[in-house]
Ligand binder design. Structure first.
Ligand code: GGG
Length: 355
């Protein structure tokens, strides 16, 4: 990653707005990236399609062309949001789940950080949810049969040592890079002792791997059952630093954590693998506000910052985060999810003025 960072003349960014408000917030992130000027290599944007709307138009939710272009012609990507239906639709499969698999983006890193009222003060919430991104119930192996008592539905929940180990390594790296160096493993192995037991035990053993070679000695490891983790998150969020969880728990926990900082519209993420990174706001396609021009662009702008930071462009990433922090701190230009009356464009304009 750092090797190519130094040599890059341009930064090729795939844009996949997908559905709903993704179409409104990804262009805002693009405009914010463009405002960084020479702090990053010259960005080149490549528009790509995926999503429910793409499916209804073409019969395919994730066109092979999108995957091929991301693999061959892009250094990174930004994904918006997808409107997967809640019922089974023949031939449809979630494009974001498929993309994470196709590009082996095995870690979904979701920082949840509040903005302190005064510059330089410690934020009251400052944690990162590290979500395993390739397995758990998201392997989507479901069957329905008919038994003695009527319909029966079953889902396979796959947890492997390989996936648990690499997400564990990513989480230890992150914890080690932070001042508090605290890693909490989230599981439910008092009930799911085989699947969550394997996750817990594999993550716990990361510091004993030969390649760890003592580098995680400063990391404090704790663990928490997922249900009590949600309770503690609301009662005393300050106890958490880095939380690592299997796919579904990580998804739920990060939405819950978003409530602590005011809105899901603020929370960014990256889907990271060993050779590619894709920024993605944690929020969904929000059909209730789609087309009204009031979606919060901050999660997407912060996702762009996270993506740039992951690629080594710290200065550009810092500028985006500082501008967003200032807009939130001033509290004058905010979208309705934050009790404001401003539009997506007005928030973007406020960020651009600072940039
Ligand atoms: N940006 C997150 C997002 O689009 N969330 C909606 C979502 O995950 N829907 C379910 C799916 O398509 O997998």
């Amino acid at each position: 990653r750092t090797m190519s960072t130094a040599a890059r003349q341009s930064l090729r960014i795939g844009l996949i707005p997908a559905d709903g408000i993704g179409k409104e917030v990804i262009p805002a992130a693009k405009a914010a990236i463009l405002a960084l000027g020479s702090d990053i290599p010259k960005p080149q944007f490549i528009d790509l399609s995926a999503g429910w709307e793409t499916f209804t138009r073409t019969g395919v939710a994730l066109p092979q062309e999108t995957v091929d272009i991301l693999r061959q012609d892009c250094d990174c990507a930004l994904f918006g949001s997808v409107s997967s239906p809640s019922r089974k639709v023949v031939g449809y499969s979630s494009p974001i789940v498929a993309l994470r698999k196709e590009l082996d983006l095995y870690a979904n890193i979701r920082p949840v950080v509040s903005v302190a009222p005064v510059v330089g003060e410690k934020p009251s919430v400052d944690l990162i949810v590290v979500r395993e991104n390739t397995e758990c119930l998201y392997v989507k192996q479901e069957v329905q049969t008919v038994g003695e008592h009527g319909k029966e539905a079953r889902a396979t929940r796959l947890i492997t040592q390989r996936a648990s180990q690499r997400i564990g390594q990513m989480a230890f790296e992150l914890a080690n890079s932070r001042p508090r160096k605290l890693l909490t493993i989230i599981h439910k192995s008092n009930v799911l002792s085989i699947t969550d037991g394997l996750f817990r035990e594999t993550v716990r053993s990361v510091p004993t791997l030969p390649e760890a070679n003592g580098k995680y000695d400063q990391v404090t490891i704790s663990e928490q059952l997922v249900d009590s983790a949600v309770y503690r998150l609301f009662r005393e969020p300050e106890v958490f630093d880095v939380m690592v969880a299997p796919n579904l728990y990580g998804d739920i926990l990060s939405d819950a954590a978003a409530a602590l900082v005011g809105s899901l519209g603020l929370i960014p993420s990256i889907n990271a693998g060993d050779s590619f990174v894709m920024g993605e706001p944690v929020h969904g396609s929000a059909p209730d506000i789609e087309g009204k021009g009031i979606a919060n662009p901050i999660a997407s702008i912060r996702s762009a910052a996270l993506m740039l930071r992951h690629l080594g462009y710290t200065k550009g990433a810092d500028r985006l985060d500082t501008a967003v922090d200032q807009v939130i701190r001033e509290g004058k230009v905010l979208t309705p999810d934050l009790k404001g009356t401003s539009t997506t464009n007005e928030v973007l304009e406020a960020v651009l003025r600072i940039l």
